[in-house]
Ligand binder design. Structure first.
Ligand SMILES: Nc1ncnc2c1ncn2[C@@H]1O[C@H](COP(=O)(O)OP(=O)(O)O)[C@@H](O)[C@H]1O
Ligand SMILES: [Mg+2]
Length: 244
């Protein structure tokens, strides 16, 4: 479904991605892991068109989306929940959701989509007329995900959805990600919470300073990278809070 080949991206003189290749097949949940500054967000930004890569190719559903505008890429079916959520804090929850639907706005369908979102995220219905800025971090993350779903994405990209959330909220978010996957939504999940991400992922990539260091199944990752010592500080079963 998504094929990224030899992708290079930079910020001025700083090269953030040194020719990375990755693939996401239809229906898969793929985790993209790596320490801070590894290039995870840069990868997602390049895919959804907010950052113009230097070189390489990005194909989605058999079509090149390299250098397409973010709106066009969204219309083709790729939706991203950015790091830090970036909801519109002065707009109401309802207005935020409406904006998420702007690529496929159709009154009857919109009402039905809203109902579905309320079934997934009951809190949003309760808060519908409140400004987004008044929601808690976890509620804002739910709103950001719901907003992204309003465009009926074929591929949903989530950039560190669990960051800064309480342990209970982290549980909720991962439960939700599993539910979305079970509904057939293809997901590319960027996480620092590697242990949790690997529990839900079909496959994973590990990025290190702009290079792909590993690709394979979660089981292979544990075996090949000696994950206990390398990533989890020597104790695998310490807790789900341990991050990369
Ligand atoms: N706007 C920017 N300007 C300059 N350098 C950036 C910018 N955003 C990211 N970088 C650099 O690019 C590299 C990759 O960053 P990023 O993709 O945000 O990493 P990650 O999401 O894995 O933490 C880092 O070295 C970071 O400092
Ligand atoms: Mg990032």
């Amino acid at each position: 479904m998504l094929t990224v080949t030899e992708l290079q991206a930079s910020y001025g003189a700083i090269t953030a991605l040194h020719g990375i290749s990755l693939e996401v097949n239809e229906g898969e949940l793929v985790a993209l892991l790596g320490t801070n500054g590894a290039g995870k967000s840069t990868t997602l930004k390049s895919i959804c068109g907010v950052l113009r890569p230097v070189q390489g190719s990005i194909e989605f559903a058999g079509e090149s989306i390299m250098n397409k505008k973010p709106e066009s890429i969204l219309k083709l079916g790729i939706s991203m929940v950015p790091e830090g959520r970036e909801i519109f804090t002065s707009l109401t929850v309802a207005e935020n959701l409406r904006l998420g639907a702007y690529t496929c706005y159709e009154r009857s369908r919109y009402q039905q989509d809203l109902k579905e979102m309320f079934a997934l995220f009951p809190i949003l219905e309760e808060r519908l007329s409140q400004p987004g800025g008044l929601l808690s971090g976890g509620e804002q993350q739910q709103l950001a995900i719901a907003r992204a779903l309003m465009s009926h994405p074929k591929l949903l990209m989530l950039d560190e959805p669990s960051l800064g959330l309480s342990p209970t909220m982290v549980d909720n978010i991962f439960e939700l990600i599993g539910m979305l996957r079970d509904r057939g939504i293809t997901i590319l999940l960027v996480e620092q919470n590697a242990e949790r991400a690997l529990k839900v992922a079909d496959r994973a990539y590990v990025l290190k300073t702009g290079h792909i260091e590993f690709s394979g199944t979660p089981a292979q990752l544990e075996k090949e990278l000696d994950i206990a010592s390398v990533y989890f500080g020597g104790s695998k079963d310490k807790s789900s809070e341990v991050t990369l």
